[in-house]
Ligand binder design. Sequence first.
Ligand code: COA
Length: 404
Amino acid sequence: MSASTAATPIGIHDLELATSHHAVDLGDLAHSNGTDPAKYRQGLGQDEFSFPAPDEDIITMGAAAALPIIERHGFDGIRTLLFATESGVDQSKAAGVSVQRLLGLPNHVRVVEFKQACYGGTAALQAAVGIVSRSPGERVLVISSDVARYLLDSPGEPTQGAGAVAMLIAANPALVEIEAAAGLFTDDVDDFWRPNDSTTAVVDGKLSVSAYLDALEGSWNDLQAQGGPGIDEIDRILYHQPFTKMAKKAQGHLAAVTGAPLSLALPGDAVDETQRDTGLATGTLYNRRLGNSYTASVFAGLAALLHHDADLAGRRIGLFSYGSGSVSEFLTGIVQAGYFDATAAERVYAALDARAPLAVEAYRELHSANLPSSEDYETPRVTAGPFRFAGVKGQARQYERTRD
Ligand code: COA
């Protein structure tokens, strides 16, 4: 790599979030199954979760997240589309290939799917940074999109969710420059996985929480070994959020590992003025209402931080990504001048508010429907989003744009 290429900042140039048509209120779920609602709202830090309509999936949400980015920037320089997901809809074809057609991207793009539970989006981001380092004139569209599904009446049920975040990775980015040093940690552990014949994840919840914290410590120690910034040089810290209380547990663990007095307050918690505010509460604002969006979760946290905190220019953000199984990464980035868009949060809240509430009985029916993936059928028209999954024809999934 030439010295001039190495000096070019590369990172997140634009970012958009999309979610599903429906939402389930966790107060309703608690009422129906006899749980104290405080367990969900304070114990897990979740208020609602998004749930897809029958004509929605990772592809319709991913394309919906990417559409405004394409409308703002066009196709210029985009020669790669990386689609990260845990909830893939085909064993062979990359979900991004359908997105290429739905968005009208040129044929001259490479498209591939990334999988490693909730970590895949971060792997795709780093691969995109690598591609742009090699060819700074290129831009890479990275889409993280997931539907988090656990068994009905299981401990994981209130931590379901659905959402997608699309990012445009480019040289001289408008939002966040990704720094070179990153902390990595891989450990073969059976905390969460999804067998090929199962539509819901198999999870050992307690093990996944401790594996997450071990991975955080391992990634952090590797970041330090790689010459990355110390805790006092990082202004804001974001975490993967399977449920937002997990970010608080992670922050507590990092505070213990580093000895730094990091604030542990989530929204509604008492604030200890002697502790340093690193944006923990701000980073949870969207995830409390989206639920778990697996690969998109940490980037939904990033969106919330960039949309609500107007004082970040020149500041360093740390971002911890964890994918059960497990692979994790602690990376850092520098927020760029002019990043703040005062209307961005309004757009996300409008999308969250626009979700159609789903009563518990209707949600349980949809959850149990388990539509076949290799028999032909048509889906009902439900989604109000720009793309829909029309059904299966000749054993192939069919997608269409709902409006021009
Ligand atoms: N009011 C307030 N808080 C309450 C409460 C109440 N009435 N009842 C329970 N709580 C708290 C508990 O004290 C606990 O808090 P803590 O974790 O700070 O100790 C929290 O609510 C959860 O309660 P717990 O009994 O541990 O929940 P659970 O056994 O139902 O399962 C998970 C929690 C996270 C293990 C489960 O939701 C799960 O498996 N999720 C999917 C996997 C996952 O997200 N893993 C994360 C890492 S990837």
